[in-house]
Design a protein around this ligand. Structure first.
Ligand code: NAD
Ligand code: ZN
Length: 358
């Protein structure tokens, strides 16, 4: 068994109060092995992706509130360096490289867990929201829910699969689409969206990307979208999508924009029988769908929330085999505030991954 020297303190990015900004502290305590409960493990993180959800949590613009003070982050990858005493049947051991996703833990015994909707477990613990997340060098997580990372898949390349990838993978898996169908992805140039373009392609779908600006246009087209609609420039988003799809409209839309704008035209550009898969999480917005046309066109409106352990392993496997690639830039933990500013302004094409060796 490998032995690890676990320091008493570490760097951590902390939000004291909603909207108060994020401060990096150098002397945040690290839990020691004897402080871990059965089932808990300590993971020494190499890196963590920064998701728009972390920005919602830090700003407090959701109807659900994070525990404060908050250490955000839920796209971490690192090595298991300690496991709580009396942990039984752990699927991971010391030295294993694992990922930390949004769903940190669930009871595994309730109806939701038994049916595979672990994310809806009433006892769910959420990384970087109800328990401390991955914007720190050492995170306490849970042996049953960490995701093994295959050898040879670099940690920084794997990080954003753990939220962005898993989430869109599951949303597309349940989108009731068939090979050759058209899928519209509003938010396609962002963290979730650019992975959605790729998982949709893996499923054999034809992709129309919606986002704004040259960088996101180039990224989406390079990743295999057949058409890009700039939501800031287009005068007729619905018309452009209908035209591209031969007049009928798209079979499905997976909305990954954090702003409600991404949802507004979806019912209109879906063809009869189409599926609107809601993924992006604007805090206060409501879906303004015409009841008449939802019925008349037999539209299905579904919500999809992250993924379970199986979705995570499937999404990681597809990416580890090179079929989906996170487009990312690395920055030090101290850059988190700037990352949030860039995200709020819509300036990040793909993802930022915080690298803790920097
Ligand atoms: P991001 O900021 O990286 O990407 C969002 C993209 O949406 C940006 O590229 C932006 O330009 C684009 N956009 C904004 N307005 C638009 C519009 N009107 N039409 C089309 N595109 C538009 O954010 P992200 O990290 O990809 O997260 C996106 C959203 O998904 C957030 O609300 C986040 O909280 C949510 N999310 C949901 C789940 C889930 O389980 N359902 C999981 C993770 C994240
Ligand atoms: Zn996320």
């Amino acid at each position: 068994m490998p032995e690890y020297n676990i320091p008493k303190t570490q760097r951590a990015a902390i939000v004291e109060k909603e909207g108060s900004g994020v401060t990096v502290k150098n002397n945040h305590p690290v839990k020691s092995q004897d402080q871990l409960a059965p089932g808990e493990c300590l993971v020494k993180l190499e890196c963590s992706g920064a998701c728009h959800t972390d920005l919602h949590a830090a700003t407090g613009d959701w109807p659900l509130k994070a525990s404060l003070p908050l250490i955000g982050g839920h796209e971490g990858v690192g090595v298991v360096v300690a496991i709580g005493k009396d942990t039984v049947r752990s699927p991971v051991k010391l030295g294993d490289r694992v990922g930390i996703k949004w769903l940190a833990d669930s009871c595994l015994n309730c109806e939701h867990c038994r049916k595979g909707r672990e994310q809806n477990c009433p006892e769910a613990k959420l990384s970087g929201f109800t328990v401390d997340g991955t914007f720190q060098e050492y995170v306490v997580s849970y042996v049953n829910h960490v995701t093994p990372i295959p050898d040879g898949f670099p940690s920084d390349a794997a990080a954003s699969i753990l939220c962005a990838g898993v989430t869109v993978y599951r949303a597309i898996k349940y989108s009731e689409t068939q090979i050759g169908d058209w899928m519209v992805i509003p938010g396609a140039g962002g963290g979730l969206g650019h992975l959605a373009v790729q998982y949709a392609r893996v499923r054999g779908l034809r992709v129309i990307a919606i986002d704004a600006g040259e960088a996101k246009r180039d990224l989406c087209l390079q990743l295999g979208a057949e058409k890009f609609v700039d939501f800031k420039e287009s005068k007729d988003i619905v018309g452009e999508i209908k035209k591209a799809t031969g007049g009928e409209g798209a079979h499905a839309a997976v909305v990954t924009s954090a702003a409600s704008g991404g949802y507004t035209q979806a019912i209109d550009y879906l063809r009869p029988g189409g599926v609107l898969m809601a993924v992006g999480l604007p805090g206060e917005a409501t879906l303004n769908a015409s009841i008449f046309f939802t019925v008349f066109k037999s539209i299905k409106i579904l919500g999809s929330y992250v993924g379970n352990r199986q979705d995570s392993m499937e999404a990681i496997d597809i990416a580890a085999r090179g079929n989906v690639t996170v487009h990312f830039e690395t920055k030090p933990l101290s850059a988190l505030k700037d990352v949030y500013d860039g995200m709020a302004a819509g300036n990040i094409a793909g993802r930022i991954v915080l690298d803790y060796s920097k």
